[in-house]
Write a protein that binds this ligand. Structure first.
Ligand code: G3P
Ligand code: CA
Length: 271
């Protein structure tokens, strides 16, 4: 049901719900995944980091302070870094109350739990390995969880259609590509045009901030082929207003990452 609602016409940028439908539900929670599904959006983006005891969890900031009640619950543990807490401790935090009382009780998902929910909803995942420099080996950890949850055991086409792993860390993506070449990868940033061919050896997407998107840059990316022999794609972030959505669509991007997927969808439907 979700897939049928996603704009799929050739030339219409894919709309991806950033941290889930994060304007309408607390970011990076299962509630934000479900909210995107109910709004008809198949693709969700998330951020993956690692706990002190090696569990992968879905949270954006390097610390838990902004999006959980960690300061009240663990007052002596400043600066409340994700990597200084165990998975069991993080599982007790409220990751929804900061967004609004109706969301109190939402949890910081484990990556495994997040994948199950995305799968159950029939959705697709743009998974960001966040701050890989802080978490040596997180690429293999991520692939291990994906494999354990059955995401890597499927045929290549199916894998390509439902998972992209992206990061600001080029070395991280090189590792993911080397360890599991079937996984589609996306580099977050806008490398100079001269450096694009080197990236095309191990990434399938160049995903720049919308401030870096011009028709010329998008065309330069799309002229190249990635490691799977398909042309490189461009997914841009974080576009939350109609005028910006129309501008990047006119520049030729393949996807738009947004906190407000409904706003972007409407903007593209009524140019
Ligand atoms: O999906 C791209 C975008 O999420 C990158 O920035 O800080 O929101 O993770 P950030
Ligand atoms: Ca992100």
């Amino acid at each position: 049901a979700v897939r049928a609602l996603v704009p799929a016409a050739h030339g219409t940028p894919l709309v991806i719900a950033h941290r889930g439908a994060s304007a309408y539900a607390p970011e990076n929670t299962l509630a934000a995944v479900d909210r995107a599904a109910r709004m008809g959006f198949a693709w969700v983006e998330n951020d993956v980091q690692r706990t002190r005891d090696g569990e992968l969890v879905v949270v954006h900031d390097e610390t838990l302070a902004r999006t959980t009640d960690v300061e009240e619950r663990f007052p002596g543990r400043a600066p409340w870094r994700v990597r200084d807490f165990t998975a069991a401790e993080i599982a007790t935090l409220d990751a929804g109350g900061w967004f609004g009382p109706a969301w109190a009780g939402a949890r910081v998902p484990t990556l495994a739990g997040y994948l199950r929910r995305v799968d159950r909803n029939g959705q697709k995942l743009l998974l960001e390995i966040k701050r890989p420099e802080l978490y040596p080996g997180i690429e293999r950890d991520t692939l291990r969880v994906l494999r354990a949850e059955g995401w890597l055991d499927r045929d290549r086409d199916r894998l390509r259609r439902r998972l992209v792993v992206q990061s600001f860390g080029a070395e991280s993506l090189r590792t993911v590509h080397r360890e599991h070449p079937g996984v589609v990868t996306g580099f977050l940033g806008a490398p100079p045009v001269a450096e694009l061919p080197a990236h095309a050896a191990f990434v399938d997407q160049i995903n720049p901030s919308h401030t870096a998107v011009t028709p010329e840059y998008v065309a330069a990316v799309r002229r190249l082929k990635g490691p799977h022999g398909k042309r490189l794609r461009v997914h841009t972030w974080t576009v939350n207003d109609p005028a910006a959505a129309r501008r990047v669509a006119a520049a030729g991007v393949d996807g738009i990452i947004t906190d407000r997927p409904d706003v972007v969808r409407d903007a593209l439907a009524r140019p």
